[in-house]
Design a protein around this ligand. Sequence first.
Ligand SMILES: NC(=O)c1ccc[n+]([C@@H]2O[C@H](COP(=O)([O-])OP(=O)(O)OC[C@H]3O[C@@H](n4cnc5c(N)ncnc54)[C@H](O)[C@@H]3O)[C@@H](O)[C@H]2O)c1
Ligand SMILES: [Zn+2]
Length: 315
Amino acid sequence: MDGVRDGARQQAAGGGGEAFDRLCSLVAAGGVAVVTGAGISTDSGIPDYRGPNGALRRHTPMTYQEFTDDPAARHRYWARSHAGWRRVARAEPNPGHRALARLEQDGLVTGVVTQNVDGLHQRAGSRRVIDLHGRLSRVLCRGCGDVSPRLELDQRLRAVNPGFHVGAAQTNPDGDVTLPDDMVAAFVMVGCRRCGGDELEPDVVFFGATVPRPRVAEALRLVEGARALLILGSSLTVMSGYRFVLRAAELDIPVAIVNQGPTRGDSRAAVRVDAPLGLLLPRLAAAVTPPSARSPVPLPAMRSLAFPGDYPREL
Ligand SMILES: NC(=O)c1ccc[n+]([C@@H]2O[C@H](COP(=O)([O-])OP(=O)(O)OC[C@H]3O[C@@H](n4cnc5c(N)ncnc54)[C@H](O)[C@@H]3O)[C@@H](O)[C@H]2O)c1
Ligand SMILES: [Zn+2]
């Protein structure tokens, strides 16, 4: 598609040069759907899986089948997650998240499909956000269908686990921490607040599990209606993110990728920039929307995905 596609991929460490200019042209034309991955949240202190310090190098996340089939695995999950959740809950949006929210307010970005479960796009002010893999801040009961804030569970867990301190252990991306067996054994889990059952689960798509179809359909609609697709901070190793690149390519929608390190979508990208998002996105937003051109009217929210009790300040 026009000059954007001709030049194939370009690298631009630090976000300068011709590739950055081409990225600016693409975004300045508007109608941009965005897909984000763990790389946009690393500057907020949440590690990714596959970057240079990625958590997959240290540990393999639990599968949904292990979680549901094995009560011991479920207990271990909640013990580790209880230890690690606060770090995710305390994380703040970084300049990359905020720049992206500004691009939406300025009418250039039509929405964000995120593979992250941290809720940082919403907290930065992004309005149309599809949480492809769910939200760590919500808890579901498979027994009775109750949906509750993670804060509520956290408070009950803290009450029955006084003195459960983890120190400076390494937190993994899904908000858990590797714990010694004796700490896992000493951890006390609580039941569902409504039915008392032991079928609580986090509202996230587990490693290797499938994303609910209506959510995929909503994300595909966003991408199919876009003028361009922008991928930010994802290795695209997981098919649930990569499928959007494939769909855009089918529809001849140009794809731009900003990521440090290679991605599975590189050969299909019209523009490829290798740069840190916390630096590049504020530069991009400043370049494409001078202050005088900013829309004074905030866009209406598509639908609120915020949940009472998200991200408590007191944590
Ligand atoms: N924050 C979160 O909620 C979170 C964090 C990690 C993983 N996850 C889950 O794990 C899966 C991981 O897939 P993925 O593709 O999102 O992540 P990934 O770990 O496979 O890829 C992240 C990519 O971002 C790059 N990167 C890291 N920091 C960057 C920065 N500051 N600027 C530019 N690039 C940077 C890395 O080099 C890597 O290539 C997802 O399905 C997601 O659900 C969620
Ligand atoms: Zn229940």
